[in-house]
Structure formats: C-alpha cells, structure tokens
Design a binder for this molecule. Structure first.
Ligand code: MG
Length: 297
C-alpha cells in the first residue's frame, strides 16, 4: 500500500460494473479507455480494466484486448497504475499474457448452485481447476487476485463464515496475493461482517490481504465498510458511478459507489488515493452519459 494512505481502494466499475450494465456492450474500447483514464486522473491506481471470458457469454467485455492495447498510453501517463483483467481459465490467461497484464483476477463461489450457474462447475471442482491457472500466472510474473462471491450466503447455502474463511485460505495458499470477498446480493450486515472477519482471524488469514467487495442493494454497504474498517480491513472495492446495477428489479443499486466510499473516507479522515472527489464525479458523469443514463451525481 502507498505509505501515506490508510486504505486501498480498488476500482471495479470498468469490469464488474460495466459487465452488469445493460447497454455496455455498445461501448467502444476508446470510450472505456477514456473512462479508465479519468479514473486514474482522479487518483485511482488499482483498476479492473476488462475480462477475458467467452465473448458470447459476456458481450460487454468482448473488446477487452483492444482496451488493453489502448491502455498502454494511459499506463505511460500513470506508470504506477495497475490494470487488472478477469480470467476464468487457462485460455483467458493466455489472452491476458498477450496484452502483458501485470495482474489477473480469478473468481470462485462457495455456493454449489451459484458455482454451477455461473461457471458450470461444482465448488470443489472449480477450486481444483483454478489452481493451474494461478500457478501459470505466477510463473509468468503476474500477481493474482481471488474473488469469492456471495460470501453472506446464497439460496442453497446459509451464511457460513467458516466455510468462506477456509476457501479464502485455500486461495491464499495457492498464491493469490489478495482475496476479495463479494457480497454479490448485498445481504451483508455489520454483524455478519464481524462474523466473517472473525472466521478469517480464526484461520490466521492475514487481514492485510483481505479485501471487501460490498454491494449497496439494501443500503448497508457503507455501514459494512465502517465495521470492516474498524475490524482492521484496509482494502475496499467500489465502482465509480455505482456501475453494476443489481439483480433485483426493485433496487437500482449494485456495487458500492466509489463516490460514497470516498465521502465516507473524508468524513472519517481516512486517507486514500482519491483526493479530489470532483475528478471522480467527472469520470462518473462521462460513463453515465456514454451509457445513456441520467447522471445521478
Ligand atoms: Mg460487484
């Protein structure tokens, strides 16, 4: 972490966010890269930039290689920025290598039904299949971030902090430098955050390598950030402009908005990479306009 910052913020809008935005498939690589450039200009240095999954499965990420190529100019402008790409398998990793990715992310689930629906493999099977991907990425000099989704439970799995912690440990043992715990449906509460972080402490998981990825579906994301911070978590994911929508039709909120996270930092005097929220709001306005959304800011 940058020595003068209290927390690290990881921007997920250009991947996790856009992937779940209707209309994002129509965005050109140039538009995405301009959005990412504005994010970097706002101070963000850890930015998810794309995904090397099957283009048929995720059309909005089909131009990720083109995005990566155009990002080289942005990388020259912001040499300390790290752009990360999601890879589901070895095939995806090969594509990430072709664009000289320095960081890749892998994703797994603790719920059997979610794992089957999302990646067509059971939980154990998926963890076994991902290990060679992690090893290969490490041997190519990349760092690997692991995501675990639905950490506060899913339809077939009640909230089981111990189960999540043992899976986090498995990813850490494989060589992931960081594990990000995703509250995919936004059902986390501060009490559940207590239990989840506690379970990680119990298995001696280093909290410096644990990130939290909250969704604001039910309005609890900032309360969860607050609790996680007080428990010693120092890395948080968020999406500028709150990109990412939500699986529930009755709620417009998905990923925690980076603006909300930065406002919380300002209120708590927590230092982070974004010093000027107006720059972040410019990035937000830019991408909302490109998506044809009414600007919320
Ligand atoms: Mg998310």
């Amino acid at each position: 972490m940058h020595s003068t910052y209290d927390i690290e913020v990881v921007e997920v809008g250009a991947r996790d966010g856009l992937q779940n935005e209707p209309g994002a498939a129509g965005l050109s690589a140039e538009t995405k890269v301009e959005f990412i450039r504005l994010l970097a200009l706002a101070g963000l240095r850890r930015i998810e930039a794309g995904s090397f999954v099957k283009p048929q499965a995720v059309p909005s990420m089909a131009n990720s290689a083109e995005v990566a190529a155009l990002l080289q100019a942005v990388a020259r402008e912001f040499p300390d920025a790290v752009f990360s790409y999601l890879v589901p398998n070895l095939k995806g990793l090969v594509r990430a290598r072709e664009v000289n990715a320095k960081e890749v992310a892998i994703f797994l689930a603790v719920s059997e039904s979610f794992s089957q629906a999302n990646i067509h493999a059971g939980v154990d099977e998926a963890f076994i299949a991902i290990e060679p991907v992690v090893k290969e990425a490490l041997s190519c000099g990349m760092r690997v971030r692991g995501y675990i989704s639905n950490v506060f439970g899913y339809t077939d799995l009640p909230f089981s902090p111990q189960k999540v912690a043992s899976r986090s440990k498995q990813l850490h043992d494989m060589g992931c430098f960081e594990v990000s715990l995703g509250d995919t449906t936004g059902v986390g509460t501060p009490e559940r955050v207590d239990a989840l972080v506690g379970a990680h402490v119990d298995v001696a998981f280093p909290l410096a390598q644990l990130a939290m990825h909250f969704h604001d579906t039910f309005g609890s994301a900032i309360a969860n950030v607050e609790r996680a911070y007080d428990l010693g978590i120092r890395t948080f994911d968020a999406a500028t402009g709150g990109l990412g929508g939500c699986p529930y039709a009755n709620s417009p909120k998905g990923n925690l908005a980076m603006e909300d996270l930065i406002r919380w930092c300002e209120a708590r005097s927590v230092r982070c990479a974004v010093q000027d929220i107006a720059l972040l709001e410019s990035a937000s306005a830019y991408i909302h306009k490109a998506l044809g959304k009414k600007d919320k800011v």
